[in-house]
Design a protein around this ligand. Structure first.
Ligand code: NAP
Length: 289
């Protein structure tokens, strides 16, 4: 029932029409019995300042932030979590009477989505494809997962180089190297885990070429952050090679769960049955949109 105590949460982005966040959060709000609703706000960059004034005026309890606002929102928060300070972006804003707080929940989302696969990362050699915003979050997560060696490959080499330098300096990740394209084949072969953080293979460009030409092996674990489609060309290749693989829907769910924990100051958790139901709900949403 919506009444005078109903809290409002939402996502801001431009565009946001295809965001799965309303489906994800409204499912969780109902599941955990919060008196709240979650909506999508399409905010043009030039209106961002007004949007935050509005958020404070209306007492909107929390917002997720998606492209293109993740970096610019940092200007409007009065408390930044250590991850926001390191990464320079925020994807979760919490309203408090003393000001807006900013958090990044993607590293948590990635780590928690791994479940029992977390063990694979201990002392592992990991190849990350991409050097954009999500690659930074993955590096943050990998730091805590105990990987022994990280190599970064990106279409634009300079960005991989900058990210590797930043991760060494700020995150204290010792063994991290940026690869030139001629080193990629060997890196695929040497890696135990491959994480695709590029948008190559994402809907509607699912016919895009693979992010690399390497050969996958049954011993590889391949994680693709993309969740639409659930099985990208890269993951199809992993399956064909007999490798284990995971799509990005779990990460989306757990980064959202972390936002909800932050906004509500509660330790809400999803058990495996909840996860299955929520995953099926989101897949239906994607099919219907
Ligand atoms: P981003 O900051 O824009 O970075 C995009 C990355 O993809 C860059 O490294 C870019 O390389 C690379 N790229 C784009 N098109 C390419 C192409 N045709 N060939 C080779 N490389 C290409 O985006 P992001 O925020 O990191 O997001 C990347 C993907 O992760 C998206 O598909 C997004 O949906 C997904 N994601 C999923 C979750 C989740 O919860 N599952 C969370 C965050 C992101 P250049 O530097 O050379 O341009």
């Amino acid at each position: 029932v919506i009444n005078t105590k109903t809290k409002l949460f939402g996502v801001i982005g431009h565009p946001v029409a295809h965001s799965l966040s309303p489906a994800l959060h409204n499912w969780m709000l109902k599941h955990f019995d919060f008196n709240a609703v979650y909506v999508a706000f399409d905010i043009e960059p030039r209106l961002l300042r007004n949007a935050f004034k509005g958020m404070q005026a209306f007492g909107i309890a929390g917002l997720n932030v998606t492209l293109p606002h993740k970096a610019s929102v940092v200007d409007y928060i009065s408390f930044a979590s250590p991850q926001v300070r390191h990464l320079g972006v925020a994807n979760t804003i919490k309203y408090t009477e003393s000001g807006l707080q900013g958090y990044v929940t993607d590293p948590y989302g990635f780590t928690e989505s791994l479940g029992s696969q977390k063990e694979k990362f201990q002392d592992a050699r990991v190849l990350i494809l991409g050097a954009g915003g999500s690659a930074q979050s993955i590096l943050y997560a990998l730091k805590d997962l105990g990987c022994s060696e990280i190599v970064l490959y990106n279409r634009t080499f300079e960005k991989a180089l900058q990210l590797a330098a930043k991760a060494s300096d700020h995150l204290g990740i010792g063994s991290i190297t940026a690869l030139q394209s001629e080193q990629l084949q060997d890196a695929v072969n040497d890696a135990e885990i491959i994480v695709n953080t590029t948008s190559v293979g994402m809907h509607p460009d699912t016919g895009n070429p693979l992010p690399f030409d390497g050969i996958l092996k049954p011993s590889h674990f391949v994680y693709d952050l993309i969740y639409n489609p659930l099985q990208t060309p890269l993951l199809r290749m992993a399956e064909k090679a007999g490798a284990s693989w995971q799509h990005g829907l779990g990460m989306l769910i757990f980064q959202g769960l972390r936002s909800l924990q932050i906004w509500t100051d509660t330790d809400v958790q999803l058990n495996s049955n909840d996860l299955e139901l929520l995953t099926a709900h989101l897949i239906r949403e994607m099919q219907n949109s």
